[in-house]
Design a protein around this ligand. Structure first.
Ligand code: P1T
Length: 382
């Protein structure tokens, strides 16, 4: 059945009551192998690396949420991105946004570069700069929007157009936005990747990844890599994702409510030099945000001017936990220069705009007043 509403799809797709028992919640299929009626004659499942009923249910669900046709689940966000790069060949080239999760840059520059795949980084806020970075051998345009950690946006429809004119695929890492906020495939992207570790699982208790597409031939190749290389999520993790996306719409509404309130507070606090939140009308790309997103999420960044001031702020926070990761129900804070983006060289961080004073906040779904009180007392101490 085709459900139109996002929340309805999140709750029902891939999760019809179990045909044999009537169980409303799909079981966690732990079996590693499946009885065959005759050699090679089976009911769609042979071996759980290749396919697993719980994983299949999750893949059907997330494909529907992204308005895609196929989803292929992986053991982590990095494994999902790694599988996408495997679509290329030695000699191929990637154009990528300059401001990306540090682990993605590390994968491109320190793993795939040794297999003859190179990457050029550009400011994807500027379509002209993106066009100029293309070479005849460019096969992939890889972007995050919003980016980690500066919350820059790229015009996804414009990026798709540029990629397709150059015979390349557009890949959008939709981890920060979630399909509730934006559906890149509907704007022309060829592949969407997620770290499901973040908003999709949403409770800081899963590490996972997924790739979603509408192209049958890309899906077939990715499914081949999933089985051949074997970086698969466990049935339990797939079940946790299925369970978690049921509340994604509700969670994103509260994440946004909290982040907006924190951003508004920070925008007028004298200790804050800059606030990066696409939901603020003062964000230079607010119009684009309104056009391609329906929720501005719980992520924002602040610049406090120096490492000392940033560390002082972190020392005083009580409710926000200092930790890597984001997108969970509990509020987290990180210092990108020494944590999520420590794998970049200092020059690279400087050129992108990741300063020593930058703080990244992942606003959870706690009561807004409690978050505001915590941020206020920590900022007042700086
Ligand atoms: O951690 P993993 O599930 O492998 O996902 C990697 C990844 C991919 N894409 C984006 C946009 C990400 O933010 C991440 C992981 N990021 C963090 C751990 C972080 O704190 O930013």
């Amino acid at each position: 059945m085709n459900y139109r509403g996002f929340a309805t799809r999140a709750i029902h797709v891939g999760q019809e009551p179990d045909p044999t028992t009537g169980a409303v919640i799909p079981p966690i299929h732990l079996s590693s192998t499946y009885a065959q009626d005759a050699p090679g004659k089976h009911r769609g499942f042979e071996y759980s690396r290749t396919n697993n009923p719980t994983r299949q249910a999750w893949e059907q669900n997330i494909a529907a949420l992204e308005e895609g046709s196929y989803a292929i689940a992986f053991a982590s966000g990095m494994a999902a991105i790694d599988a996408v790069v495997r679509l290329l060949r030695p000699g191929d080239h990637i154009v990528a946004s300059a401001d990306l999760y540090g682990g993605t840059v590390r994968l491109f520059d320190r793993v795939w570069s040794t297999f003859g795949i190179s990457a050029t980084y550009v400011d994807a806020r500027e379509p002209e700069a993106v066009k100029h970075a293309f070479r005849p051998e460019t096969r992939l345009l890889y972007i995050e929007s919003p980016t980690n950690p500066l919350l820059h946006l790229a015009d996804i429809a414009a990026m798709a157009d540029i990629a397709h004119r150059h015979n390349a695929w557009l890949v959008v890492d939709n981890t920060f936005a979630t399909p509730y906020a934006q559906q890149p495939l509907t704007l022309g992207a060829d592949l969407v990747v997620h770290s499901t570790t973040k908003y999709l699982a949403g409770h800081s208790d899963v590490v996972g990844g997924v790739v979603v597409t509408r192209h049958p031939e890309l899906a077939e190749r990715l499914r081949f890599f999933q089985n051949a290389a074997g970086a698969i999520p466990s049935p339990f993790e797939c079940w946790l994702c299925l369970r978690s996306v049921k509340t994604l719409a509700l969670r994103m509404q509260q994440h946004e409510r909290n982040a907006r309130a924190v951003a508004e507070l920070c925008a007028v606090h004298p200790a804050v030099q800059a606030v990066y939140y696409p939901g603020l009308p003062t964000h230079p790309q607010h119009e684009l945000a309104r056009r391609q997103m329906r929720n501005f999420t719980g992520m924002l960044s602040l610049d406090l001017g120096s490492a000392e001031r940033a560390l002082e702020f972190l020392r005083h926070l009580r409710l926000f936990t200092l930790a890597e990761s984001l997108g969970g129900v509990e509020s987290l804070v990180s210092h990108p220069a020494t944590m999520t983006h420590a794998s970049l060289s200092p020059e690279r961080r400087r050129s992108v705009g990741i300063t020593e004073g930058l703080i990244r906040l992942s606003c959870g779904i706690e009561d807004t007043e409690d978050l505001l009180e915590d941020i206020t007392q920590a900022l007042n101490s700086v």
